[in-house]
Design a protein around this ligand. Structure first.
Ligand code: ZN
Length: 134
């Protein structure tokens, strides 16, 4: 079993999805694990992680557009920090995903990528990765 690894992500706007496949793949490669599970965890309450299409950037654009409609930035929220929309989106997307590793690679579908989801940027964020052999 390999050690827990971390890397940082610098986000550039309030709501933004950033591909992190290459960083996760690097960690899997360094771990030497050929078959197992990789857990990708975001230790933040106003960010998340998800898997979705990487071919057409309009997919992510549409996802952000609709999320902003479903969870408006201002809606009479009570939380004094003023970022309730970000907290809600964070819980809707979720703080972690796990992927299956086979022969040293993530078993992605053809169009899948891992996205770090910023909901209260721009900020410097962390991503925690744990590779488990098995
Ligand atoms: Zn808050």
């Amino acid at each position: 079993m390999s050690k827990v690894k971390q890397f940082s992500v610098q986000t550039g706007s309030t709501v933004q999805f950033i591909r992190i496949d290459h960083k996760v793949n690097e960690i899997i490669k360094e771990s030497g694990v050929q078959n197992g599970i990789c857990v990708i965890f975001v230790p933040h309450t106003t960010a998340g992680v998800t898997i979705n299409e990487n071919a057409d950037p309009d997919v992510v654009r549409d996802m952000i557009m609709e999320m902003n409609k479903i969870v408006p930035f201002n809606d009479g929220y009570h939380h004094g920090e003023g970022n309730s929309a970000a907290h809600i989106k964070s819980s809707l997307v979720g703080p972690s995903i796990s992927v299956v590793i086979e022969e040293g690679r993530i078993l992605f579908g053809t169009w899948q990528s891992i996205y770090f989801c910023e909901f209260d940027g721009p900020r410097s964020r962390r991503v925690v990765v744990k590779v488990i052999e098995g």
